[in-house]
Design a binder for this molecule. Structure first.
Ligand SMILES: [Fe+2]
Length: 295
């Protein structure tokens, strides 16, 4: 099955196969973003020209899906390194015994009284990964190890398209604007204190360093101040921008299966997660690659 297991919104055209080189096949979702890559075993070392093909496809489609993968943490980190230097994040509030410093676990499981990962089972609001840092994530590499029978889908929004179709009055309001990005105050199960609550100031419209295209860059839907605006004005503008950027035509939704690997570009995508039953098991392993300072 192609990416149709994730709901492709927007164009419903049949997904054409756009590249065929030996075994490696790239099948666009037919929606506003995303492509499935077939014929690659990510547990094996990736060599040129495969890495270049994957990076080019990632820049073109913004998100790549690989089905049926089985990855050790070392292999997951090695894969992420093709997309950038991994972030080492230190403010987690879950049991990290035995984990590599580059690996984050997204899970609702509690074992022996301690959380085995962050994120819980609830809805996770729209955001872009690591935007609270001076150098936010370029790529997120996310491996679905255990997936609940229902719920927990991840939705992605194409922030290039959202910027391009933004009304001129809203474009005028955001042009040159900067905003304070934070991590939303402990909602992901992280402990919050003055040393563990990083924040950074970034432009609300950023230019992608590799494609040269402009994209909305909004941090989290539930937080963040916009410079030059009073808190109520900033809150209203932020909500107008998110309302626009998450319209169905900009959104593609992924329904996870165990063994899925997603690699997406946070410089031009935002994402959110739907809730799932708290008594179901969900375990995803993540590495984020450190990107550029947004401009
Ligand atoms: Fe995220």
């Amino acid at each position: 099955m192609s990416m149709s297991a994730g709901k492709a919104r927007g164009s419903a055209a049949a997904a054409p196969i756009t590249a065929l080189d030996g075994e490696l096949t790239i099948v666009p979702s037919g929606g506003t973003l995303g492509a499935e890559v077939r014929g690659v075993d990510l547990s094996a070392p990736l060599e040129e020209p495969i890495v270049s093909r994957l990076r080019a496809a990632w820049l073109e489609h913004l998100l790549l899906l690989f089905r049926g993968q089985k990855l050790s943490d070392e292999q997951l980190v090695g894969l992420a390194r093709h997309f950038g230097e991994p972030h080492i994040v230190t403010f987690f509030d879950y049991n990290r015994a035995g984990l590599l410093p580059e690996i984050e676990v997204i899970s609702n499981i509690v074992a022996e009284g301690r959380a085995a990962g962050g994120g819980g089972a609830g809805e996770l609001v729209w955001h872009t990964d690591m935007a609270m840092f001076e150098y936010p994530a370029s790529a997120t590499v996310l491996f679905g190890e255990e997936i609940p029978p229902a719920g927990g889908n991840t939705r992605f929004s194409n922030m290039y398209a959202a910027y391009e179709i933004l009304s001129q009055p809203l474009k005028n309001r955001v042009e040159g604007r900067r905003a304070l990005f934070d991590k939303g105050g402990g909602k992901l199960g992280y402990s919050v204190n003055s040393t563990e609550n990083p924040c950074a100031v970034h432009p609300v419209v950023r230019t992608h360093p590799e494609t040269g295209r402009k994209a909305l860059f909004l941090g989290r839907r539930d937080s963040g101040l916009i410079q030059g605006l009073r808190a109520e004005e900033a809150s209203l503008l932020r909500e107008q921008l998110w309302e626009h950027a998450t319209k169905p035509e900009f959104v593609w939704e992924h329904q996870w299966r165990a063994g899925d690997v997603l690699i997406w570009d946070n410089r031009c995508l935002s994402h959110s997660r739907g809730a799932f039953a708290s008594n179901a098991r969900r375990v995803l392993r993540r590495v984020t690659a450190k990107g550029e300072k947004p401009v």
